[in-house]
Design a protein around this ligand. Structure first.
Ligand code: FE
Length: 203
């Protein structure tokens, strides 16, 4: 069995936003897709550790903003590498507007948004899958959608090699750990992925 087969699944990238009371939040996901066309339904799968997850479970509403190839790494850093539990991600964020459901969508580095209402919730252990009816949507630009492969090849900063030093690089976000050996229980401080998502880079 070659586990690298999983790398050949293609994914889009999305900013997932929710609103509860007067609190807005958003995170990055790569797990949205249309599941039926009549009626029009999409599914998203969200890690339970994400603050946005709890907001969607409580309110049953979310938007996905589809990231385009024009999305800057700073957008991934802003929505992906910090938690809405400790940071208000929208307090100084101007590249957004509210859709008819009152939730934010992202207007820069995106090409569309979709508003949806949760119909079914499926507990998957670490994650929850939400099946949701599409209520509204719009196209924002003609830029192609960013796939996860495009993010890896063209958006994420390239690792710097340090002469004579071995480093371990997070293959998800690019964070670099310096040292010969990476502790088995290491967790990426930026994106929270485990040691198994790091690759060794010899200087
Ligand atoms: Fe990382």
């Amino acid at each position: 069995m070659d586990k690298k087969a999983m790398y050949n699944l293609s994914y889009g990238l999305f900013v997932l936003t929710a609103r509860q009371g007067d609190k807005d939040n958003g995170c990055i996901i790569n797990t949205a897709g249309q599941v039926t066309s009549t009626p029009n339904r999409i599914s998203i799968t969200v890690n339970k550790d994400n603050f946005t997850h709890d907001m969607i479970r409580e309110t049953g509403r979310f938007n996905i903003s589809i990231l385009s190839e024009k999305a800057d790494f700073s957008l991934f850093r802003h929505f992906g590498f910090q938690s809405g539990r400790t940071v208000d991600k929208f307090v100084d964020y101007s590249a957004c507007e509210r859709s008819a459901n009152g939730l934010y969508y992202i207007t820069e580095g995106t090409n569309s948004y979709i508003s949806a209402r949760v119909e079914q919730t499926i507990d998957l252990g670490t994650h929850t899958m939400f099946i949701a009816a599409v209520e509204d949507m719009d196209v924002l630009s003609r830029e192609p959608s960013a796939t996860y492969a495009y993010y890896q090849s063209s958006i994420k900063p390239k690792p710097e090699k340090k002469a004579g030093k071995t480093v371990w690089r997070c293959t998800v976000c690019g964070y670099v750990y310096e040292g010969e050996e990476l502790p088995a229980d290491f967790v990426c401080p930026l994106c929270k992925h485990p040691a198994s998502d790091f690759e060794k880079v010899s200087g």
